[in-house]
Design a protein. Structure first.
Length: 188
């Protein structure tokens, strides 16, 4: 990551911590959407994983009362500790440690509670598919997007069809007249 992206990630991690402490799922969703743009540009697994973590945290906050998550406060403390360590690693320019802390945060999400293990995996899987659709909207091929997020192209295709995510100008084919006009303008 370049210095600007590192600073952006540090800011995002700090805002994620604060949003988690205040149970602000809307802010977490907003942060997740901000991060997906940069993740689309750099296509690194840590940025994508961070996006999935933030989105999943928002979904857990939205449903935590329904799910009756035991030890929620302990989970928040553990997650915030991992986010603090990730910030510290970035500030020290230690990308390996940062990667490790991000992966530990994802593992912590997946194993939040034995009774919720399957549900947590489902939330994370849905987060992967949701964020894949956003990356796909940024013009990354369906194959590359699916590979980056560890999902199948079929899952991505099905989701983008349901949400109309593929209906962007970037994903539409130009008609012949438009292509010829663009080609003529290019060579003028």
């Amino acid at each position: 990551m370049d210095k600007e992206e590192v600073q952006h990630t540090i800011t995002m991690l700090k805002e994620t911590k604060q949003s988690l402490l205040t149970n602000n799922s809307l802010k977490l969703l907003e942060l997740s959407n901000q991060k997906i743009h940069s993740a689309s540009c750099v296509q690194d697994i840590e940025s994508i994983t961070l996006t999935i973590i933030i989105y999943s945290l928002a979904k857990f906050i939205e449903r935590r009362n329904i799910l009756k998550i035991k030890h929620w406060n302990n989970f928040v403390k553990k997650m915030n500790l991992l986010l603090d360590l990730a910030v510290s690693a970035l500030e020290k320019d230690n990308s390996k440690a940062y990667q490790d802390y991000i992966l530990k945060a994802k593992s912590s999400l997946e194993s939040m509670s034995p009774s919720l293990k399957q549900y947590a995996k489902e939330i994370i899987r849905n987060a992967c598919i949701n964020k894949a659709s956003h990356i796909y909207k940024h013009g990354i091929s369906m194959e590359q997007t699916a590979k980056l997020l560890g999902i199948t192209q079929w899952e991505l295709l099905e989701y983008t069809g349901l949400t109309k995510a593929a209906d962007t100008n970037q994903n539409r084919t130009m008609n012949e007249k438009s292509r010829i006009k663009m080609l003529v303008e290019f060579f003028e």
